[in-house]
Design a protein around this ligand. Structure first.
Ligand code: MN
Length: 234
């Protein structure tokens, strides 16, 4: 009963609303769901051992509570192979079901930088056993993110350099125009399966060059037209 929230007496304290800051504003973007596309850059699909031409898109989800804007990434437990995946984050201001390709971009609030941090060893095991990916993908602080930049400032981003350096060395270096499934296509596709809504984020996939990080590393992320984000692994 969402309309009645202020009247509701909870038996425990409700979890705080997860938010992303907005560049140049003291208002915040409330995060609802996080949809992440797999293998959306051909060269990354190839490096993971897949044929980029034959597959329809597929998505997994992270939890809103996985978002972190502290500028740090604590090395997670139960793994010895954590990979960076540098991604464009698409933030939706509205949604629906069965959204047409032509109207899809009208639902975008803005864009940001994000890391789809991955416990690659656990993900690999899950893949091998045909199990879900959550344990590899949806863990605490697994989604470091920047502030969002509204579309009114950036326009829609269908091209531009996307890159990540670890300790000053370029590891991932691609262009948003290499996405196999473009932003409007991802929105339209997701809306056939889910009621997507304002507050939802789409992590739009990573270019080639994913690899492991260690405690003490500095990850410098950049997307042309958006800016930079620096994350320290602790
Ligand atoms: Mn990813």
């Amino acid at each position: 009963n969402e309309g009645n929230l202020t009247m509701t007496k909870f038996v425990i304290d409700p979890a705080p609303q997860v938010c992303l800051p907005i560049r140049g504003s003291n208002e915040s973007f409330p995060v609802r769901r996080i949809y992440c596309i797999g293998r959306n850059y051909a060269d990354h699909a190839i490096e993971m051992g897949h044929d980029p031409n034959k597959e329809p898109p597929f998505f997994f989800q992270k939890n809103a509570q996985n978002v972190d804007t502290s500028g740090t990434f604590p090395y997670p437990p139960q793994t010895s192979d954590v990979h960076h995946e540098m991604e464009l984050v698409v933030a939706l201001k509205s949604g629906g079901a069965e959204i047409s390709l032509d109207n899809a971009l009208e639902h975008v609030y803005g864009y940001g930088l994000g890391l789809d941090m991955t416990r690659r060893d656990l993900q690999g095991e899950a893949k091998k056993l045909g199990r879900p990916w959550e344990v590899g993908k949806s863990f605490e602080k697994s989604a470091p993110m920047s502030e969002l930049v509204p579309v009114s400032e950036t326009g829609h981003l269908d091209q531009g350099r996307i890159c990540l350096k670890v300790n000053g060395e370029i590891k991932q270096d691609g262009d948003l125009n290499q996405m196999i499934w473009k932003v409007p296509e991802m929105i339209a596709y997701l809306s056939r399966f889910y009621d997507i809504a304002g507050g939802d984020l789409i992590m739009s996939g990573t270019p080639a060059g994913v690899g492991p990080i260690q405690r003490g590393d500095k990850m410098e992320c950049e997307i042309e037209h958006l800016g930079t984000m620096t994350i320290k692994v602790i």
